[in-house]
Write a protein that binds this ligand. Structure first.
Ligand code: ADP
Ligand code: MG
Length: 256
């Protein structure tokens, strides 16, 4: 015999479902995209241990713009490498977009990186012999399932960053600011959860640098993509809503 729940119990189940849905909606509104807890990174250099991160904790919510500052050697690049799934912590927890990635194997880590992370580097890091369009399409090639219309997506992004007339130019035919625009389009092509930018304006004159920051902030607003940037420039940092200062592998203080 099938036992049916009593009406009362059924309505309770329904209430529970509604409450859960509401809670889920709220959670989505303030979702933590990065949850890093007690991150430690120790490099072994012969007999010497180098403690690059010493118990660093950081939470970043979806859609945030966060600047990371700190003196040379304070752990900024180490942290960016871990956040970007290029490297793993020696110890600690790292949850990226709901997935624990601290202990993944290399293949799975590369897969998460490709789907969830876009990188913008100080030196652009474009393939020298490839056109702007090929550079932007590159991350799509590594996707396991491929993409429906890779070229169209890449073209749309190049138009968005203002390079509609430069799609078939090679990097050496572009200015620094234009190359960084290509890099930004490439960083966004997989719809990543986070974009990591390490000194994105570091090689640019101040006007181009401002234009690149304007573009990054516009894209953050338009696409809701979380932007994490390392900078030495207080002017650049002041455009982020929150700045985290690192010192000796830890968060020294935060400014909002
Ligand atoms: P930042 O980017 O703030 O200048 P890093 O994260 O590059 O700092 O470096 C933090 C510390 O870790 C430094 O003392 C640096 O020398 C050391 N370090 C970074 N990468 C390595 C590595 N691959 N091997 C050994 N030591 C490293
Ligand atoms: Mg560095």
């Amino acid at each position: 015999m099938v036992r049916l729940p009593k009406a009362n119990a059924l309505s309770k189940v329904k209430d529970l479902k509604i409450n859960t849905e509401m809670a889920e909606k709220k959670m989505k509104m303030i979702k933590n995209i990065v949850e890093a807890k007690d991150l430690t990174k120790t490099y072994q250099m012969g007999d010497v241990e180098v403690h690059a991160l010493r118990g660093l904790s950081l939470t970043i919510t979806q859609g945030e713009v966060l600047a990371i500052m700190g003196p040379s050697g304070s752990g900024k690049s180490t942290l960016m490498n871990i956040l970007g799934c290029l490297d793993q912590p020696t110890k600690g927890k790292y949850i990226l977009n709901g997935k624990n990635v601290a202990n993944l194997d290399r293949n799975d880590l590369a897969d998460v990186r490709n789907r969830q992370v876009g990188f913008v580097f100080q030196s652009y890091n474009l393939l020298a012999r490839s056109s702007a369009l090929s550079n932007v399409m590159l991350p799509l090639r590594y996707r396991r399932n491929g993409h429906d219309l890779p070229q169209k997506k890449a073209e749309e992004l190049l138009i968005r960053v203002g390079l509609q007339d430069r799609m078939h130019h090679k990097p050496y035919e572009l200015s620094g600011g234009q190359q960084q625009r290509v890099a930004i389009a490439r960083a966004l092509v997989n719809d990543p959860a986070i974009v990591l930018a390490d000194e994105p304006t570091g090689n640019l004159d101040s006007k181009s640098g401002e234009e690149i920051m304007d573009l990054l902030l516009e894209l953050n607003q338009e696409k809701g993509v979380t932007l994490i940037l390392v900078t030495h420039d207080p002017g650049v940092a002041s455009r982020a809503l929150r700045t985290v200062h690192l010192l000796d592998g830890r968060v020294q203080n935060e400014q909002v």
